[in-house]
Design a protein around this ligand. Structure first.
Ligand code: GLN
Length: 473
């Protein structure tokens, strides 16, 4: 059997036993990608020779002993492309340095292998906003993989990656993990350095792992977290051994069901699957408590002001001078800016820049941006109050299973509303995981459904402990 189908945990054991070498893993993975990627479209590029060379000289005494990890194409890895799924960076940008998360990953022994497709600049929930190609859901090629880390989720679930990194600003790790049927973890804001992650909305962005199992998420997290002097928002707090959360019971753990999250618009199959998951957690000894997050209905509107506002500032640097696509049509400086940005950015990115510029402009700042900041505080307080009563919160990750390709393409508002369950954890900076629960049958295909567990700040251990107990059943 191809080693591409295995987990980090099992490969690590087999490498330690001398049964296989990491080069065998990279070789099998390269074969799987060559065969499967033309259909799946998960990778934008990959350099098997380079990864083989790195695996060849891997230090086998390190915990991630030469194991390949796929990287979302907005995280810089020295000498590799970093397109952000955009024409803006596709032509002439090669990363000159390793992101902070990559430095740590390498220190743990891992080999970054391959660049994974994404919605342009991480704006979207289907990966259809990539300017560079289509990614399909491994469970049904007519459906989207979710997004924006759709390439990462499709690769892991489709066995074209052992594990991958994604980024999550409003759900972009958890939602594609849910739709593709893998595990996706967004850690507490500040746990993982954002240095070298191309910024979308800096107060919300966070890197995290997409994996086949909760155990693998814990393993990777051990080699991603920690203070980085180059990211002033990265936290200087001790990093526990996240694998210590595994194999434990959840007897007496108090899990809150936010009543606002179990709403009418929920797909009936998702609702049934999440209810069954709640029963399973109760059978495992958890104490289920109904809680209220009264400002939930402000989440989507708040996010779609804060995130575009920050994006409009962050994306100002792509002007074709130092970075990005440069128009050949321009005859003067202003035209150079206008044409380079008009040609380089796709429609969703332009929509966000316009929205963000508008809500930050004088006369509208107080009415929109400032108000959104206040709503953000209310949402954070909702969580603080709920966490006085419970250890964890539970919800569906996404209100529906994977949509058909094209279904949401011309309706950005409908797509934004799908982020209702994932956005609040970003606004409040909380750790949250999506773990597969029972699939739902749609048109004769079993489609994955994700269960979301949200934890207290810095309490990834409890999130992982419950997710692992749930996964083991
Ligand atoms: N779907 C959300 C958006 O389009 C979230 C994206 C993300 O987390 N990067 O902004």
């Amino acid at each position: 059997m191809s080693l591409a189908t295995q987990t980090l945990a099992s490969l690590r054991r087999r490498i330690a036993d001398g049964e296989i070498h990491p080069r065998d893993v990279v070789a099998d993975l390269a074969t799987a990608i060559d065969a499967g990627n033309p259909q799946l479209g998960a990778y934008l590029s990959w350099d098997a020779e380079r990864a083989l060379a790195e695996a060849e000289k891997a230090d086998l005494s390190l915990p991630l002993a030469g194991l390949p990890v796929g990287i979302k194409d907005n995280i810089n890895v020295t000498g590799q492309p970093c397109t952000c799924g955009s024409k803006m960076l596709a032509e002439n940008y090669t990363a000159p340095y390793d992101a902070g998360a990559i430095v740590r990953l390498r220190a743990g022994g891992a080999v970054p292998f391959g660049r994974l497709n994404m919605d342009e600049f991480a704006m979207g929930s289907t990966t259809e906003n990539s300017a560079l190609g289509l990614t399909r859901n491994p469970h049904d090629p007519q459906r989207v993989p979710g997004g924006s880390s759709g390439g990462s989720a499709a690769a892991v679930a489709g066995h074209l990656a052992i594990a991958a990194l994604g980024s999550d600003t409003g759900g972009s790790i958890r939602q594609p993990a849910a739709l593709c049927g893998c595990v996706g973890l967004k850690p507490t804001y500040g746990r993982i350095s954002r240095y070298g992650l191309v910024a979308f909305a800096s107060s919300l962005d966070q890197i995290g792992p997409l994996t086949k199992t909760v155990e693998d998420a814990a393993l990777l997290l051990n080699h991603l977290c920690g203070k980085d002097g180059r990211d002033s928002t990265s936290l200087d707090t001790p990093v526990p051994d996240f694998t210590s959360a595994l194999g434990r019971d959840i007897q007496g753990l108090r899990i809150g069901l936010p009543k606002e999250y179990f709403i009418d618009g929920l797909h009936p199959g998702v609702s049934a699957s999440v209810k069954a998951a709640v029963d399973r957690l109760a059978a495992l000894g958890a104490e289920l408590v109904e809680v209220s997050l009264p400002h939930t209905d402000l989440g989507v509107a708040t996010y779609y002001i804060v995130a575009p506002a920050e994006a409009s500032a962050n994306l100002a640097r792509f002007d074709g001078v130092r970075y990005g696509h440069r128009s050949e049509e321009a005859t003067d400086l202003m035209e150079h800016y206008f044409k380079s940005r008009a040609e380089g950015f796709g429609p969703e990115v332009k929509r966000r820049i316009l929205l963000g510029t508008y809500v930050l402009s004088s006369g509208y700042y107080d009415a929109y941006y400032l108000k959104a900041q206040r709503a953000r505080t209310l949402i954070r307080r909702d969580f603080e109050q709920a966490f006085e009563k419970v250890d964890l919160l539970i919800s569906p990750t996404s209100p529906a299973p994977a949509h058909k390709l094209g279904e949401l393409k011309d309706n950005p508002l409908a797509a934004y509303l799908e982020d209702v369950f994932t956005i609040p954890a970003n606004l409040a900076g909380l750790p949250a995981i999506s773990v597969p629960c029972s699939p739902v049958e749609v048109e004769g295909v079993a489609l994955p459904v994700g269960l979301q567990l949200i934890g207290k700040p810095l309490d990834e251990l409890t999130v992982l402990r419950a997710a692992d107990a749930f996964e083991r059943g």
